[in-house]
Write a protein that binds this ligand. Structure first.
Ligand code: GDP
Ligand code: IMO
Ligand code: MG
Length: 427
């Protein structure tokens, strides 16, 4: 049985956590392949709500093996508190596997993330401040520290010393911050290593063997297509590859093993942090979507910026991810509106664009061309099948499907596990 990728189709927070959890009962492994604790995935099970940052959402499904792949950046202190927090609530992480090759977020990464943002001023990215960008930067410049380094005190000391030699110059001389000493950090991280040791494995080998045995592997992306370092709205992006291609590099699974790519698509659009957002509503309608949809960041508590559904972005996500199925979430949030605008194309300096404009400047100038759909007044949160939806809600879904260019195979009508309409099986 091949691997399945689950990816956010917009700017994150599409409902990936809920979707992963929903598929949890049908898969054997759930793998995070990029990002770190910048992610915030909410899973609601009955009366319990869980906010996961580093652990794959599959950790909540009995029998599933959750895996943190090599492409993830791990803040070990945060990971351990997440594991402890779940244990207190009766959720065991004993099956968790962590790649020995995953890179670590170190204290200087967190310090640099905060201080560089401050220096960018109005041009700031609006990062989560968790040290994600600086950790990936060190990975690429080949000065990163990996999970496996926690098991060799000499190597850890050498690598950290080398990294801090440069970082301390930058922190103290450029940014006027305090220097960071090697010894206490080595001690702290060796202690993390001791606690993490039982989970650490050659995850690439484990996952490929599992696929050979016919097991189902779900690769759970964090963030979203438009936050991708290559395909997103650069530079207002995260520092990894959430798009489907990133799932291979970040887990060690070859592209020939992937049979399906599920895009998670919100029935409207949200974004956290800075950067262009053509359908953004800066008025009371934006506030209405934020309140009705509960659009507040799981990680930073920031208000999410809200806007109408953007079909140009959905088409783009279909293209760059090779999406085979969409899971449309939060349709219930649109109930009660008189009419629902959808962005079908952009007007860029007087020219109509059906597809994502090529340059950043054009995208910054993009004005949404809206088409209006009749709304529905009924509460749809108890709907069980597509046919239970009011005709106008059905028409809205069909229109979005047509514009996005891939079939909508499931629809979310509430945060709960059972508030999902299945149109065709996803596994
Ligand atoms: P993720 O980062 O993609 O996992 O998404 P978040 O968890 O950050 O944000 C999605 C929010 O929407 C969470 O609070 C979910 O519980 C909630 N949610 C997911 N699907 C639905 C849905 O279909 N309807 C409603 N009303 N809420 C949903
Ligand atoms: P999930 O997985 C929404 C955004 C930040 C910022 C940019 C870069 O819950 O969908 P970073 O700290 O990654 O360097 O910040 O990316 N961002 C997210 N926005 N959902 C997320 O994760 C995000 N993770 C990062 O707000 O604009
Ligand atoms: Mg989120």
């Amino acid at each position: 049985m091949p691997a399945i990728v689950l990816v956010g189709a917009q700017w994150g927070d599409e409902g990936k956590g809920k979707a992963t959890d929903l598929l949890g009962g049908q898969v054997d492994y759930v793998v995070r392949y990029q990002g770190g604790n910048n992610a915030g995935h909410t899973v609601v099970i009955g009366d319990n709500s869980y906010a996961l940052h580093l652990l794959p959402s599959g950790v909540l499904s009995p029998g599933v093996v959750p895996v943190i792949g090599n492409g993830v950046v791990i803040d070990p202190g945060v990971l351990l508190s997440e594991i402890d927090g779940l244990a207190e609530r009766g959720v065991s992480c004993e099956r968790l596997l962590i790649s020995a090759d995953a890179h670590l977020i170190m204290p200087h990464h967190r310090a640099l993330d905060k201080v560089t943002e401050r220096y960018l001023g109005r041009a700031r990215i609006g990062t989560t401040g968790r040290g994600i960008g600086p950790a990936y930067a060190d990975k690429i410049t080949r000065t990163g520290i990996r999970v496996q380094d926690l098991f060799d005190p000499n190597i850890l000391t050498q690598k950290l010393d080398l990294a801090l030699r440069e970082k301390n110059q930058v922190l103290t001389k450029v940014y006027n911050r305090r220097r960071i000493e090697t010894a206490p950090i080595v001690e702290e991280y060796l202690a993390y290593g001791e606690r993490l040791r039982p989970y650490v494995a050659d995850t690439t080998l484990v996952l490929n063997r599992a696929l050979d045995e016919g097991k189902v592997v779900l690769l759970e992306g964090a963030q979203g297509t438009l936050l991708d370092i290559d395909h997103g709205t650069y530079p207002f992006v995260t520092s990894s590859s959430p798009t489907a291609g990133g799932a291979c590099a970040g887990s060690g699974i070859g592209p020939t093993k992937i049979s399906r790519v599920i895009g998670i698509l919100k029935a409207y659009t949200t974004r956290v942090g800075s950067g262009p957002f053509p359908t953004e509503l800066r008025d009371e309608m934006g506030e209405y979507l934020r309140k009705t949809g509960g659009e507040y960041g799981v990680t930073t508590g920031r208000d999410r910026r809200c806007g109408w559904f953007d079909a140009v972005i959905a088409r783009y996500a279909t293209r760059v991810n090779g999406i085979t199925d969409y899971f449309l979430t939060k349709l219930d949030v649109l109930s009660g509106l008189e009419r629902i605008p959808v962005c079908v194309a952009y007007d860029v300096d007087g020219v109509r664009h059906e597809e994502m404009p090529m340059s950043q400047t054009e995208f910054h100038h993009a004005k949404p061309i809206l088409e209006y759909f009749d709304g529905w007044q009924e509460d749809i949160s108890d709907a069980k099948t597509f046919d239970d939806l009011p005709p106008n809600a059905q028409a809205y879904v069909r229109a979005i499907e047509e514009m996005s260019g891939a079939p909508i195979s499931a629809i979310g009508v509430g945060p709960g596990r059972d508030q999902t309409l299945s149109i065709r099986p996803l596994v």
